[in-house]
Design a protein around this ligand. Sequence first.
Ligand code: AMP
Length: 481
Amino acid sequence: MSSFAQFNFDPRIVSAIERMGYKEPTPIQEKAIPVVMAGGDVMGAAQTGTGKTAGYGLPLIARVLPKANTSMSPARHPVRALILTPTRELADQVSVNLEQYASDTPLRVGVVYGGVDIRPQSDMLRRGVEILTATPGRLLDHIEQRATNLSQVEVVVLDEADRMLDMGFLPDISRILKLLPENRQNLMFSATFSPEITRLAKNFLRPNPTVVEVARQNQTAETVTQEVYQVTDREKTDVLIDILKTRGEDQGPMKQVIVFVNAKITCRRLARTLERVGINADAIHGDKTQEERQAALEGFKTGAIHVLVATDVAARGLDIKELPCVVNYDVPFSAEDYVHRIGRTGRAGSHGLAIMLATREDGRLVEAIEKLTKQTFHQVPLRPLSRQARAEMRRGSERGDRSDRERVDTPEDEKLARERARAYVPPSQRHRDPIFDMPYREKSAANAKPEELRVFERENTRRPRQVAALLGGLRLPPALR
Ligand code: AMP
């Protein structure tokens, strides 16, 4: 059995690992930690839930630890390790982990992301912080305000790089990379691979990075049972309710499940419908404030909320341990999202269940998932329970909760179904979230910009196709040309 002892971590890191209760390294940690400790670049193929944060976080702390100090001077605490994440939830989660791993060291750990007051973050940056986790847009805000600079960064991590590209962060990432010293260590993690990700890796990483994989690319974990049910659009909500009420322990209600939907409007309405039939549900989507999202997440973690209805963007990177089941109420528009969604269950060897409801119109999307994950679903037609079966279920229910007795196929629900159909978001608009998804854009001319940023913008306006232009614009190492 492998152990953390093989890495010869500083005792102050060892004590943190013990406190976290980690007994042995996960496969990604076993592979990534020695490479990162030795200063190598890493291309990691790993989803959230594999232990990837400690996989890069622990050795990253070990790398910068020799320069740790207790001086009060901000100049003695420059940013030495930078972790970029696509969402603020993931940023928060990563930073909480890093804080725990570094808590016995004098290293300062901080996090910055948009959507909240910038001033406390600026104060923190001005006091100095060695390990900084950030979403790209807010980090650029701070750089423009000169609250921090990145000239002494030694290690950079792009976490969930695929999602950063999906969300249009490539220009922001390029701007940030230009502000970093050339001589640095680069780590990149992505759950899925596409030609764009491979190109980004070639430009971002030094030649011959170590590729660290824990599952085969774009494969779903073997520990997840996948079920796909054919439903009609009209019956979808009733089928979901039946599943939520009968697929838990002893054919009882499910206690911890994320239901994925494609549109914010579906998210809101579905959570409300579930509440109406006595299911403790909450919605998590991009229109919710940070506080509302955190509250929903906390409720879910403590068990007060049984069902979290979520859009992909909002649910991205949420660290929820041992989730027994996820339901795809909507078939995701992108097959990669399917891999991400079901990656939240069956973690770390525990068994998981992934249920998907597919209508006839979803046929092409389901095929795309089958192609990507190299499997063929056995699709089973499923109807909602009959009135009689529901009545029997109610009689059998110990509590006989009043709200349980409501029918769900009321005219109001039909209206809901129609509205849901209208709320369909075409693929080109997916992940458009006004607060969280849009890449950083400067609105006011009040702040003078560093020269590097202005240069970038000029380049950018000349070239309308941002992805190709930026990738083409970066210098490729000879070995990768
Ligand atoms: P991550 O994939 O980094 O989001 O980690 C998922 C969860 O696994 C987090 O709650 C970690 O605290 C936990 N974890 C990470 N490494 C280990 C380990 N070696 N043993 C047990 N749990 C771990």
